[in-house]
Design a protein around this ligand. Structure first.
Ligand code: FES
Length: 125
């Protein structure tokens, strides 16, 4: 079964590498590994589980002059259901809902209260 390496970056904790199958959400893999991440609705309608993609394997290889550009979250994850809690511009800025996000590539994702604060509350809650 295909799986991907997802590195979680959280403030105050060492980076944690998850092995996530393509049918498993990143939150499910984190819980299986004993990593505690905040979550509430588990269906993409709040922003409690939000993270931000900070790196995608294979994106912009060999082009070091684009360090200011944010990785394309669509290259890193697909969704089990529509991520209602995120606006299009938030998805374009790399934000992902870990409770419904299925990996599509090896990637690095930042999570924690500061990422949650950047996105704010969902209009669907
Ligand atoms: S826990 Fe609500 S969107 Fe993920």
């Amino acid at each position: 079964m295909t799986s991907y390496e997802v590195v979680l970056e959280r403030p105050g904790s060492p980076d944690h590498t998850l092995e996530v199958s393509k049918r498993e959400t990143i939150l499910e893999a984190a819980r299986r590994d004993g990593v505690r991440l905040p979550a509430d609705c588990l269906k993409g309608t709040c922003t409690t589980c939000v993270g931000r993609v900070v790196g995608v394997e294979g994106e912009d290889d060999g082009d070091d002059e684009t360090t200011d550009s944010r990785p394309d979250a669509a290259l890193a994850v697909d969704y089990r259901r529509p991520p209602q809690a995120l606006a299009g511009h938030e998805r374009a800025d790399g934000y992902v809902l870990l409770c419904i996000a299925l990996p599509r590539a090896d990637c690095r994702i930042e999570a924690g209260p500061q990422v949650r604060a950047e996105v704010g509350d969902s209009p669907w809650r």
